[in-house]
Each structure stands twice: as C-alpha cells, then as structure tokens.
Design a protein. Structure first.
Length: 97
C-alpha cells in the first residue's frame, strides 16, 4: 500500500464550486490585505478572500474564530504545510436518495 501526499492549494480549499460574493462593499476592511469577514443572515461569520476576489472561504460561529482560522489556513497554504494537519478521506454513498 502506498500513500500519496497531495499538496493543498487555495483552489482545492475552495472546492469545485465556490460561492462568490457579487457585491463587495467599498468600505470593507481587508484583513492582512487578503480577506475580510462578513456576518451572514443566519448569524454566522464567513471569511471572503481577495484572490480570487469574493470567494467565500471559511464559515463559523464567531468572528474571532474565523479570523484565527482563516489566518492559519492561509499561512499553511502559503508555507505548503497544510498536508501536515489534514487528510483526505474517500467516501462512497451506500444508498442513492
């Protein structure tokens, strides 16, 4: 059995069909010149990255949690160390609904 380590990228982190913000406010505060955080209509917080512009990145229950995890995730992607903290699991559906 061989194990292949795939390097994570921003594109793989966003997934195959990312949600893109169409209306980014002009007065938005860009954090680290890389992302901003918005409150959703459901009371959650979502980070929105600057490149690709408007792509929703992480969502969570608190502003502070999203701030911390978005910085950490982007740092790991930049340094190429995300594979040290994550694993890819293949799953199959047992029953079609």
């Amino acid at each position: 059995m061989t194990t292949e380590t795939k390097r994570a990228t921003l594109a793989t982190s966003l997934g195959s069909n990312p949600t893109i913000e169409k209306d980014i406010p002009e007065d938005v505060e860009w954090i680290d010149d890389a992302f901003y955080i918005k409150k959703t209509r459901f009371g959650l917080y979502t980070s929105v990255v600057r490149d690709p512009l408007g792509a929703n990145f992480l969502t969570g229950g608190t502003y502070e949690g999203i701030l911390k995890m978005t910085r950490w995730h982007l740092k790991c992607l930049q340094e190429g160390t995300m594979h040290l903290y994550t694993r890819h699991v293949n799953t199959t559906k047992g029953v079609k609904l």
